[in-house]
Design a protein around this ligand. Structure first.
Ligand code: TTP
Ligand code: MG
Length: 367
């Protein structure tokens, strides 16, 4: 049995003012001018919204999703102060998709695993570098290559997981590079506004502001039971997110190397029958998904246990020749999962008899 508890190094790359930057690169006359990509402003009578604005135009208060008529007024006000006239451009999606495709080709060469998250952002797993300093070096090279080949800028976050990497990439835009090492996560998050947490939109933010909760640190003081009462199951995730915890993997459907599930218990538990029952159900769903996605089998089974104090441990078993997706696959996956979880019910893996907060099961090394 292998012992697996590696530090992960995860990167989030997000292009700066993407559509506007592509337009600027295409038309050098736009350089140094405020540029807005969005609906036709029709001299202030236009309907529709701003898609994005370059950083020069953002100084006038122009942002994504602002009504284009208001953007026009902000631009006119700025012009009245002697600023240059803002250039309004209607979006050219085929062009942005083409440039995005080329950037993603570059980005994926810099990673062990790669995930395209949207037209202008990607996650990279560079854990094999083992050190954050090495990851920083590699990402400086990536930024240089995107700049040389495409003439575009991007901002990068480097962190122990996707959640923190995404928040980090946004902190020093444009042309940013923000590294948050594991021991810095809590202090990094504490003063930030709640909106940095993915999933907290305007409505949740308003709800929490009414309860006088404004920063991540404020929300960290709220008991989990209250979060669950307010947000249901998502409250459990939120409780972890404000503590910087996120296990989600970097994977594209077509580069997928593993498939798994995890579950947070409504209450921490030490009940062996309950835990193994949940693992069995996870195994059923994993086998069904592997079948649906037409995988032939997998070579490694990993069980994750997070205890009530958040200590998180993975245990893996590699099977010679793997488990093929046939009639016997479910029974063999359940058997492997059981053999991995049992030591957590006694002194072998759990000498202080801690309760379980979460369990997970993954099939890895898919083929
Ligand atoms: P973002 O990465 O959110 O924005 P951005 O790249 O323009 O600026 P920055 O990252 O430097 O803050 O979105 C990427 C592209 O997606 C953006 O160029 C335009 C498009 N987009 C929309 O179409 N609607 C929106 O509401 C937003 C936010 C972006
Ligand atoms: Mg962007």
């Amino acid at each position: 049995m292998e012992y697996l508890q590696l530090m992960r190094i995860i990167v989030h790359v997000d292009m700066d003012a993407f559509y506007a930057a592509v337009e600027e690169r295409l038309n050098p006359a736009l350089r140094d001018l405020p540029v807005v990509v969005g609906a036709d402003p029709k001299e202030g009578k236009g309907r529709g919204v701003v898609t994005t604005a370059n950083y020069r135009a953002r100084k006038f208060g122009i942002r994504s999703a602002l009504p284009i008529s208001r953007a026009w007024r902000f631009a006119e006000t700025a012009r009245g102060r002697g600023e240059p006239a803002t250039v309004f451009i209607q979006p050219n999606m085929p062009l942005y998709r083409e440039v995005s495709g080329r950037i993603m080709q570059i980005v994926q060469r810099y990673a062990d695993a790669f995930e395209e998250a949207s037209i202008d952002e990607a996650y990279l797993d560079v854990s094999s570098l083992e050190h954050f300093a090495a990851a920083r070096q590699r990402m400086m090279r990536l930024k240089g290559e995107i700049c040389d080949l495409e003439g575009l800028g991007c901002s990068v976050g480097i962190a122990p997981n996707k959640l923190i990497a995404k928040i980090a990439s946004d902190r020093q835009k444009p042309d940013g590079l923000t590294v948050i090492e594991p021991e810095q996560v809590a202090d990094f998050l504490s003063p930030l506004p709640l909106r940095v947490i993915p999933g907290i939109g305007p409505k949740s933010e308003h709800f929490l502001h009414e309860r006088n909760l404004r920063t991540v640190e404020d929300l960290r003081q709220v008991p989990e039971s209250a979060l669950v009462e307010w947000f249901g199951k998502w409250g459990n995730r939120l409780f972890e997110k404000v503590r910087g915890i996120d296990d989600s993997e970097v994977s594209n459907e077509w580069t997928r190397k593993s498939l798994g599930e995890q579950e947070t218990f409504a209450e921490d538990t030490g009940n062996q029958a309950l835990v193994t029952e949940r693992l069995d159900r996870m195994a059923e769903r994993i086998i069904a998904k592997l079948k649906a996605k037409e995988f032939k089998g997998f070579r490694t089974v990993t069980v994750t246990v997070r205890f009530s104090d958040f200590q998180t441990t993975n245990r893996s078993r590699s099977l010679k020749d793997g488990i093929r997706i046939d009639d016997d696959a479910l029974r063999r996956l359940q058997e492997a999962a059981l053999s991995l979880i049992l030591p957590f019910f006694d002194a072998r893996e759990n000498p202080r008899a801690k309760a379980f907060r979460l369990i997970g099961l993954r099939a890895e090394k898919l083929f």
